[in-house]
Ligand binder design. Structure first.
Ligand SMILES: Nc1ncnc2c1ncn2[C@@H]1O[C@H](COP(=O)(O)OP(=O)(O)OP(=O)(O)O)[C@@H](O)[C@H]1O
Ligand SMILES: [Mg+2]
Length: 468
């Protein structure tokens, strides 16, 4: 935990905040009281749909000024009553970073993007340059000012987005799942930057992040939301030790170390055989006990995940021969790809940002056509098959659920693909209902997909595939 220098000054003061989205009968935020001191690092946790993103968008007035709806209660940031200011006027108090850096960057070059905010406020040239230089230095990109934004890696783009926010010199930085589109390298870059902002620049940080093991040691404080309310608020130690069972029951993953402590306090068992390299903490813990005690006891109840699948060899489902792909500008995206995937296999395709994973997958659904090489699915060459036809053999879930939302309601969305492949009314109804029930989307049937929380949109995307 970092040394506190400026504490005692309240930076965020929320009192009895309730908020209801337009056309909704139930409030999404209910009676929130939250006080955050200057320089605190708060980790905001909660299951999907609990209201995290809604709450943080109240901080700069996006909710309700842009969303509409009914907000009650007080929100004061750095002494300013948020209701009395326009959203852009709050930019020098609160900077918000969202998960997908591509939606936050507008300019061609890094420098232009970072200067965008101060320019928009009509600051004098020297001030703009001073702020830009400082922000670029803080995020460690001072040499990249003239780089084209589209040539950056995911982690670099997110750092540019953070620099753009820093150029507004806000007191509070809010980050809503800033690393979910990033690989481990990009994630590390962004999180270590966030840590520095807090420790060296004394910035107040609110972070929403699911990669809990990577952030838990950064936070001074953990705030947990459930169904629009704050249900826990305390030090990480206190929350994860005392709240173990409650957190699990509302679907929040705990840090691995807390799980180990919990398992040790509650008795544990043993394990025979060699440890796989990707062992879970339970397996490692069990081995540890075995070594310590020298006698095996009962581990059966710990042996849940990580059981390797054994399957008899089956015929190839997907066969890729000599695949090469060149982009319009001549860059080679894929070269010499040969891959056989047998029926029933579960394959993880891994590689750093930009390695070509999505490019490869895009060939399987016909979004991209090979420059050279052939792809067979179920033994059939797919080169002349259209995306709509392929969709019946290959379901594809995008990284970003918003890339596959096409209609105005959840039900329409599920019908969309089925109508495209010319199915009939009753079959469509049946499949839509089944997908809705499997993904527990009943209550969202008539909702606009964009009004769902991110996790709910992801469930809708899976439902669309199940329906096919
Ligand atoms: N524009 C909107 N209109 C109506 N309801 C909305 C709207 N935006 C969000 N909601 C609802 O408010 C609730 C909270 O959503 P929010 O996005 O704040 O959740 P979250 O905790 O950030 O979830 P996730 O972890 O999935 O991102 C959800 O049930 C969601 O469906
Ligand atoms: Mg969210």
């Amino acid at each position: 935990m970092h040394v506190v220098t400026k504490r005692n000054k309240i930076m965020i003061d929320i009192q009895n905040l309730s908020y209801t989205y337009p056309n909704m009968s139930e409030p999404t935020l209910r009676g929130i009281d939250l006080h955050i001191d200057d320089g605190e690092f708060v980790l905001l946790l909660g299951a999907s749909g609990s209201g995290k993103s809604t709450l943080i968008q109240c901080l700069n007035g996006l909710v309700p000024k842009i969303t509409g709806g009914n907000l009650e209660g007080e929100i004061v940031i750095n002494g300013k009553d948020v209701r009395k200011y326009k959203v852009h006027q709050m930019a020098s108090d609160v900077g918000i970073i969202f998960q997908n850096p591509d939606t936050q960057l507008f300019s061609l070059t890094v420098g232009k993007d970072v200067a965008f905010g101060p320019e928009n406020l009509g600051m004098p040239k020297e001030e703009i340059v001073r702020r830009m230089d400082l922000a670029m230095r803080i995020v460690g990109m001072e040499d990249m000012r003239d780089r084209f934004v589209f040539t950056l890696s995911g982690g670099e783009k997110q750092r540019v987005a953070i620099a753009g926010t820093l150029a507004m010199e806000p007191h509070v930085m809010v980050l809503d799942e800033p690393t979910s589109d990033l690989d481990p390298v990009g994630t590390g870059e962004v999180l270590s930057l966030v840590r520095r902002l807090n420790q060296e620049k004394d910035m107040t940080i609110i972070l929403i992040e699911h990669k809990i093991d990577e952030v838990v040691h950064l936070a001074d404080r953990v705030v947990v939301m459930d169904q629009g309310k704050i249900i826990m608020d305390g030090t990480p130690d206190k929350i994860f030790t005392n709240g173990h069972d409650q957190l699990k029951s509302i679907g929040i993953a705990l840090p691995q170390l807390s799980e180990i402590v919990h398992a040790m306090n509650n008795g544990f068992g043993d394990f025979e055989g060699a440890l796989p390299t990707h062992s879970s903490y339970k397996t490692i813990l069990a081995r540890l006990c075995q070594l310590l005690r020298g006698k095996p006891t009962n581990i059966a109840r710990f042996r849940t995940a990580h059981t390797p699948l054994t399957r008899t060899a089956s015929k190839p489902k997907i066969e890729i021969k000599n695949l090469r792909h060149t982009f319009e500008d001549g860059t080679v995206g894929l070269d010499g790809i040969n891959l056989v995937i047998p029926e029933g296999d579960f394959v993880a395709l891994i590689g750093h940002n930009g390695a070509g994973k999505t490019t490869l997958i895009n060939h399987l659904i016909g979004f991209l056509k090979p420059a050279n090489g052939t792809i067979f699915i179920n033994g059939r060459d797919i080169s002349d098959m259209r995306v709509a036809a392929l969709a019946q053999s290959v379901g594809y879930l995008f990284q970003n659920p918003d890339n596959q939302i096409f209609t105005d309601s959840v039900t329409q969305e599920l019908k969309f693909g089925l109508e495209n492949i010319k199915l009939r009314g009753t079959i469509i109804e049946e499949r839509v209902n089944r997908a809705i029930s499997m993904m527990e989307l009943e209550e969202f049937r008539d909702r606009h997909p964009h009004s769902l929380s991110r996790g709910q949109r992801q469930r809708l995307a899976v439902a669309s595939i199940l329906a096919m």
